[in-house]
Design a protein around this ligand. Sequence first.
Ligand code: COA
Length: 153
Amino acid sequence: MEIRPWRPGDQQLLIAAQRDLSRASLSSRFFVGTSTLPVKYLRYVAHAPRERWDAQVATHRGRLLGWAEFARLPARPDEADIAVLVIDAWQRQGVATALFRAMIPRAAAAGIRVAHADIEPGNRAARAMIAAVFGDTIRASFEDGLLHYKMPV
Ligand SMILES: CC(C)(COP(=O)(O)OP(=O)(O)OC[C@H]1O[C@@H](n2cnc3c(N)ncnc32)[C@H](O)[C@@H]1OP(=O)(O)O)[C@@H](O)C(=O)NCCC(=O)NCCS
């Protein structure tokens, strides 16, 4: 597995990875029932300025295994929303943990001090992953039907 920063053109890897992502995984990430990556999202990641949105990707033999991203909050430039998605066949093998371990120092170097993550209450995998990466003392607040995690970077 190779972990590296996002490069221009990587949206093509995301498009190809859609066949490896179940509806359940995609829906957990985007909070709507979907079998594909939202077109608006793909357009955004293809063109977003790096200082506003950046990601770390995991690949294996040219195939995308997953990616972790941070999107700076426009009103609070030292805070960012973070998210991660790992293809189904590679889940529970440490990919998300490795992605975050590589991404967090980059976010810190870019001036991010606080990370926010929204997770569906029933998403046990994501809750366990947050505890594994950020420590199990991190507590979430419940807002608009989602668990909202706020973590120091
Ligand atoms: C959540 C998700 C990113 C985890 O990715 P992953 O590569 O499987 O995670 P890792 O293998 O690095 O595991 C991290 C921790 O979570 C735990 N974990 C992962 N999947 C789990 C599951 N289904 N049930 C319980 N614990 C789980 C692991 O045991 C590990 O803990 P440990 O280090 O204490 O053993 C992956 O399930 C996914 O892509 N889900 C769909 C998208 C999503 O929900 N994204 C989160 C929204 S931000």
